[in-house]
Design a protein around this ligand. Sequence first.
Ligand SMILES: Nc1nc2c(ncn2[C@@H]2O[C@H](COP(=O)(O)OP(=O)(O)OP(=O)(O)O)[C@@H](O)[C@H]2O)c(=O)[nH]1
Ligand SMILES: [Mg+2]
Length: 499
Amino acid sequence: MENDTIVAISTPIGSGGIGIIKISGKNALSIATSIFKRSSHRIRNTETSVPKQRAHSPLPIEGLASDLEKDSISSGLTFCTACDEELQSHLLYHGNIINPENEKPIDEVLLSVMKAPHSYTREDVVEINVHSGLVVLRTIIDLVLSKGARLAEPGEFTKRAFLNGRIDLTQAEAVIDLINAKSSKALEIANSQAGGELRFYMQNIIKTLTEILVKIDAAIDFPDDVEMLDINTAICTIERDIIKTLKKLIADYDEGHVLREGLRVVIAGRPNVGKSSLMNQLLKKEHAIVTSFPGTTRDILEETLIISGIHTIITDTAGLHDSDDPVEMIGMKKTREKIKDADIILFMVDAVTPFIKADYDIYESIKGRPLILVINKIDLVSENCEIKTIDELKMLPVARISALYNIGMDSLKEKIKNIFKNKTSFYSSNVIPNVRQKKALEKSIDSVELFVNGLQSGLSFEVVSIDLKDAIESLREVIGLKIKDDILDQIFGQFCIGK
Ligand SMILES: Nc1nc2c(ncn2[C@@H]2O[C@H](COP(=O)(O)OP(=O)(O)OP(=O)(O)O)[C@@H](O)[C@H]2O)c(=O)[nH]1
Ligand SMILES: [Mg+2]
């Protein structure tokens, strides 16, 4: 476990009233003490405002020292009489960050101390509230680094909270979601996950499966001495409770992930139908290159935007058609991968030459998925021109647009919104696994089903217990009890620095 001392700016970079520098690790306090000079007269303490037993509870940070100074007496702040004492945990100190080389103050700050284990990381943590401004923040960070700390990596504070047992992995991931929440529902979901709801489900299932495994192991080792496993009851519990719950969680992901991650809308079609033009029109900027040459877009392009109030990730793709050009083939492979993960596919055709063989080939590969048929370039055909196609395609929601001249965009957005609503309106669960958790859940279902099939077909306990162990391992993986370092790095790498 890492035990060096880390530092980062915890607030967004840019101009603002207050910036927070966070230090965590065994030297956090000594580093802070070496660069911080307390003001001679005051600590804000709570004795005048809260009952005695809460005197050391965390204090709200209301503003910087100068504001505190003005309001100190009227707001009931009390004066410190022992200012040379060691910094106490969960108190807020007023003072200055001093450059130790010339003793000159760098900034007037409020400094709070949270001693291990009563901190976010379960290590000693110091937070310094400084006047936000890049130069001040950088100067203080440099000073802390010169005292032996190192810059924190993205998510490292939360990673330490996880490694030190303060939170489990589902909660750590919920912290990312809280930071990234794009809607009030997403925030609700992240909050319940941060509270440990998914972990609660997992722990119960792991407990039940472990009890079955213990009986199986005992029956293998001491066949004559132990009470036999009631196979029918075990199968019934697994099928009725466990598989059902796991499948529900996966269905929750499929239905609910748009609430936490956004709606994935992929524009697909053959070359030159106007996919990139639509992307640009939706984004209201020249993002994708548009030319009259088929095959202009070689790679996928992704952007986020709000469509009718919905957080959307829109993807422009390389045109799909028969080609043996190696670059195009790579682009088309990526297109197909994106299509696989899409929540909505905007299947685009050209109003002038609709439904040639290449269009039908594409349709064959995407039918059954949530599609909107987008007929583009309607500015080039007469208004009432009927587009002939097979009945199946006529059943799809259709948007007639001109991406170039911004015609029909509202109707297209309305259709996207309708599909989103159908997907989410009955959605009430507050526990939505993320992709990583979903994959582990799927693995666990496979193993549990193999175990049940094995039991039903009379395989030996030695054989079926392997599947049961695999299932338990996958469930442990969901809450991070068995997870490799590189996966951890990937998870915490998604955080911003300072969290
Ligand atoms: N008249 C008209 N031309 C359009 C419209 N949309 C796109 N175009 C033109 O069609 C050509 C191809 O447009 P793109 O947006 O590059 O088409 P694409 O589907 O991204 O093409 P690839 O990247 O090659 O697959 C360009 O010359 C666009 O100006 C439209 O609504 N009306
Ligand atoms: Mg293009």
